[in-house]
Design a protein around this ligand. Structure first.
Ligand SMILES: [Cu+2]
Length: 512
């Protein structure tokens, strides 16, 4: 499928050359003014620095335990709940089987690629060793069909994480699953857990595939025009957004026929069973490609405790807004009865639907819209990190600006004016405090994701949340700080999969 898209092919070939060079610790001239120009050497995925960083992790936090998983990526037919679709999935199920381990355990995941395409696995949220990060052409060569590959790395970050391919549009099929990393030191202040994976679904419906959908966007351009529309008071840097609709009017590029919670439609909904008064920890993952979700439980409040795996000062509210790639943990104290858990597609028509049952009650109307959805939602940007996970206050050694833009002459999404195949690496060095300044020059929001690190959103008090994926609202600027403590070559990209594939990706590149 990838061959259909000239941009994608060019990207793969170019980056394969980058990878080939990095493996040998590539040296490139930093300027072109003559033979004595200073040279930049990149820290490659196969470098001794990457191996040394993993060894430090094993020494400092390793448990000595290894958890194994056997993953078969392949074509399959899935019943979404009355709707049969031909798609691609891990071990013939959606989501793939959850992987659960403890912080400091080693995960050994053996992938068998039975897809008719190259693939990889990216371990989203884990600051792991660079050569296991799953970005083809940057951290590894793509895994050919019918070829096995073993991912093996120490899992350093507790929390609600997930995995998915990092090749083309594969994430918008059924290739995703949760990775839950428990922290025994955290304490379990709840009675039960429910992992909820939210997804927007089009694959295999009326013959549609995500690749064809991207092809249509490239052919027809923006359906709602990311730059051309004037959303009233929302133009201009730092303009206030409407708290009731923080993402603005234009939240996505694709209309989906279905929205799923844990791979099922409302006709056969995912169901949580518990007793009245119990506290359930919801671990919520937005695996959608183009859809933010607003989540609420009818008749209940949510208390958000973690964002992207890291603890936050608890915030209680009626609903929660989750960008693509973000995860939140929330505690709900359950009443007595049968309650809808709804993930409304923000700015779109439709919703995912699940049920929480603690007592007597009949069947719920799957179109029910709990009034909790109408209050302004909690967003990641409004959270504050718990003290113990804040970065120490320090001025940045390096500031990189990432101008998020688009090109009206086609479906091209850019960072600093370039698509990924033309990107200039953002250079950093081990030990630096690095600030990334995301400047959104478009009228769409972008959920920006950084691989291999957890950043802290910058605020006046040094108390912003620790995250790996942050909303950058329309025409606004978000700054994040990180400590450069995990050497290698790391992707920074928009987790709108269509934006990312259309160019909105770059690299944070350690130099020697
Ligand atoms: Cu985007």
């Amino acid at each position: 499928m990838i061959e259909q898209f000239p941009g994608g092919t060019r990207l793969s070939r170019r980056n394969f050359l980058v990878l080939a060079g990095l493996g040998a610790a590539a040296t490139v001239t930093a300027c072109s003014t003559g033979g004595t120009a200073p040279a930049t050497t990149y820290v490659g995925p196969d470098s001794t620095a990457v191996k040394a960083a993993e060894q430090v992790r094993r020494t400092n936090i390793g448990t000595g335990n290894t958890v194994t998983a056997s993953l078969k990526a392949g074509p399959t037919r899935i019943d979404l709940g009355g709707v049969q679709v031909d798609t691609w999935a891990y071990n013939d199920r959606i989501p793939g089987r959850e992987i659960r381990l403890r912080r400091g355990d080693v995960l050994r995941a053996e992938l068998t690629n039975e897809l008719p395409a190259e693939s990889t696995i990216h371990w989203h949220g884990l600051a792991l060793r660079n050569d296991m990060d799953g970005v083809p052409g940057l951290t590894q060569s793509a895994i050919a069909p019918n070829t096995p590959f073993t991912y093996e790395f120490l899992a350093p970050d507790a929390g609600t994480h997930w995995f998915h391919p990092h090749v083309g549009m594969q994430l918008d099929r059924g290739l995703y699953a949760p990775v839950i990393v428990e922290d025994p030191a955290e304490g379990a202040d709840y009675d039960l857990e429910a992992v909820l994976v939210l997804d927007d679904w089009l694959d295999g419906v009326a013959g549609r595939t995500p690749d064809q959908q991207l092809d249509i966007l490239r052919r027809d351009g923006m359906p709602m025009s990311g730059m051309g529309m004037d959303h009233g008071g929302m133009s201009g840097m730092g303009a206030a957004t409407d708290p009731a609709n923080p993402l603005g009017a234009d939240t996505g590029d694709v209309d989906y026929p279905y929205y799923l919670i844990n791979g099922t439609l409302a006709a056969d909904p995912f169901s949580v069973r518990a007793r009245p008064g119990q506290r359930v920890r919801l671990r919520i993952i937005n695996a959608g490609a183009d859809t933010p979700f607003r989540l609420a439980v009818g008749g209940h409040q949510l208390t958000v405790t973690h964002s992207d795996g890291y603890p936050v000062q608890p915030v209680t509210g009626s609903s929660l807004l989750i960008g693509m790639g973000e995860r939140f943990d929330a505690i709900v104290t359950l009443g007595d009865g049968v309650f809808p858990l709804v993930a409304s597609a923000e700015g779109k028509q439709g919703q995912g639907f699940a049920v929480i049952r603690t007592g007597a009650g009949g069947r719920l109307d799957p179109a029910i819209r709990p009034p909790e959805l109408d209050a302004p939602p909690i967003t990641g940007l409004a959270l504050r990190a718990r003290e113990e996970v804040r970065l120490d206050r320090r001025a940045p050694d390096r500031v990189h600006e990432l101008m998020l833009g688009m090109d009206m002459s086609g479906y091209r999404w850019t960072i600093n004016g370039a698509t990924y195949d033309q990107h200039t690496p953002l250079e950093i060095a081990q030990g630096q405090r690095v600030r990334l300044r995301f400047v959104n020059q478009t009228t769409m929001f972008h959920p920006m994701h950084l691989h291999g690190h957890t950043f802290q959103v910058v605020d006046d008090q040094g108390a912003g949340p620790r995250k790996d994926t942050t909303l950058v609202l329309p025409n606004q600027t978000v700054e994040v700080d990180l400590d450069a403590d995990n050497p290698g070559q790391w992707l920074v990209h928009c987790h709108n999969l269509y934006h990312g594939e259309a160019g909105m990706m770059t690299t944070l590149s350690y130099t020697e």
